[in-house]
Design a protein around this ligand. Structure first.
Ligand code: ADP
Ligand code: MG
Length: 450
């Protein structure tokens, strides 16, 4: 089977294993409104290739993977395996989860045999296949250990052994390295790539979900970028660097930069799929959700940027701070929303307002922040306006939470409110009283503060 493997990268010719065609997925909010999570997503996985599905947290990657595995059904669109539409569990795939999902009461060997048991493989054969896979994946000697006796990296090896032992046509991985410490993740990733390059690897294609650009560039032959809210196709990038790939090489860094550029692309520049629906001043909290950045994080990033001359390359800044895209991008998005920074390609530049904010004394910086948040952050504005309509300047947080749940999942509605309170509290626009769950307008000092 491994002679089919395209090496180096770029397998556009292998037989199609999986085909996702125009998949849309809606969940239902608590008050019965549809929550669009995936919108018209199509992709193909062929023999011999590793495809990475890259997108920010919450953009629908796991949902798409669950549709492909047949664990949930798409709202519209189809998933086919070797030409046959999937109805129920996909027979051609096995999955590795971020959380390992091992059975704590079973040994390494028994955990590895679980999938074979489900397929009705006889005991003697199960044992032989499990032992072989445990050996291949570097767990020799740990067959009788229990998950709690293992480190995170070893546990994920069991996750790999359990998925690979059934010799799936395609291996699906949902952020398989993101729960591991950096060094363990680096090791396991490169070991997996070595196995993939060898001839005994028991699967013909890999689809990996990740929010980590460098991981995608390290592993994939093709990278499929999803945008957020809802998850949509944003770009497809061929990744043809020779293997093994050196993350410090110029080509590697150039590709990371390019993808950073795509992921931070101004919504609406070049009329892409995220063209602006409305001007910030008129947008509603669901048109322009708050990026989940705290004021502290924002101040930290802008201060560093200011110290570095007010302009920097985002991937460079990410490397300097050892931030991953998931940590850095919400802060960058917040800086853009508030007009404190501008992003073009993969460069971030501090604006005059941003510079004024980081350099001001504490009172002035709160005033600057309050003025811009009221203007530019729709949820902050909506809360202030609603509170201003009441006699005593207070409203139960439930009021906002229920409204937000029309457009967001429960978790996201909670996260939106948390971010708004963090911003509103710093700006002294409003506060949240935990004892009675009230949002309270801060005494209106001087409306015209700027
Ligand atoms: P990712 O894996 O990219 O982080 P997910 O696919 O897990 O994203 O989730 C995408 C969005 O769908 C999130 O807003 C999440 O809250 C929402 N979501 C996921 N599963 C459900 C569900 N069963 N019911 C309602 N909303 C869901
Ligand atoms: Mg996920």
């Amino acid at each position: 089977m491994s002679q089919l493997r395209a090496q180096p990268g770029g397998g556009h010719t292998g037989d199609v294993i999986l085909e996702v065609a125009h998949v849309t997925k809606h969940f239902t909010s608590s008050d019965g409104q549809p929550l669009p999570v995936l919108d018209d997503v199509s992709l193909t996985l062929r023999e011999g290739e590793i495809v990475a599905l890259l997108g920010k947290s919450g953009c629908g990657k796991s949902t798409l993977l669950r549709c492909i595995a047949g664990l949930i059904a798409p709202t519209t669109g189809t998933v086919t395996y070797r030409g046959a539409p999937i109805n129920g569990a996909n027979p051609g795939v096995a999955m590795v989860f971020q959380s390992f999902a091992l059975l704590p009461w079973l040994t390494v060997q028994a955990n590895t045999e679980v999938g074979l048991e489900a397929k009705g493989v006889p005991a003697a054969q199960r044992q032989a296949r499990a032992l072989k896979m445990i050996d291949l994946i570097g767990l020799d000697g740990f067959e009788q250990a229990y998950p709690k006796e293992l480190s995170g990296g070893m546990r994920q090896r069991v996750g790999f052994a359990r998925a690979l032992v059934v010799e799936p046509d395609a291996l699906l991985m949902d952020e398989p390295f993101s729960a591991l410490d950096v060094l363990t993740a680096v090791n396991l990733r490169s070991e997996l790539l070595n196995l993939w390059g060898g001839k005994d690897f028991p699967t013909k294609a890999i689809l990996i979900v990740t929010h980590n650009i460098e991981e995608a560039v390290q592993m994939a032959d093709r990278i499929f970028v999803l945008s957020s809210n809802p998850g949509r196709f944003k770009a497809e990038i061929d990744c043809t660097l020779a293997r093994p790939r050196d993350r410090r090489s110029a080509e590697f860094e150039a590709l990371v930069d390019r993808i950073y550029g795509i992921m931070t692309e101004q919504r609406g520049s070049s009329g892409g799929p995220q063209a602006p629906v409305v001007e910030p001043g008129l947008a509603s909290p669901s048109d322009l959700p708050l990026p989940h950045a705290s004021v502290g994080g924002l101040a930290g990033l802008l201060e560093i940027l200011n110290n570095r001359g007010g302009r920097d390359d985002l991937p460079e800044l990410g490397r300097l701070l050892t931030f991953e895209v998931d940590d850095l991008l919400p802060i960058v998005d917040a800086a853009e929303m508030l007009g404190f920074a501008k992003v073009a390609d993969a460069d971030i530049e501090l604006t005059a307002e941003g510079k004024a904010w980081v350099e001001a004394d504490i009172l002035t910086s709160k005033e600057i922040f309050a003025a811009t948040a009221r203007e530019q952050a729709p949820l902050v504005r909506a809360i202030v306006r609603a509170l201003e309509t009441t006699k005593d300047g207070t409203l139960n947080e439930r009021f906002f939470f229920d409204l937000l749940q029309r457009a967001f999942s429960e978790d996201e509605a909670r996260a939106q409110l948390n971010t708004a309170v963090n911003w509103g509290r710093y700006a002294e626009l409003f506060d949240y009283h935990a004892d009675d769950d009230e949002l309270v307008l801060t005494a209106p000092a001087n409306e015209s503060a700027a």
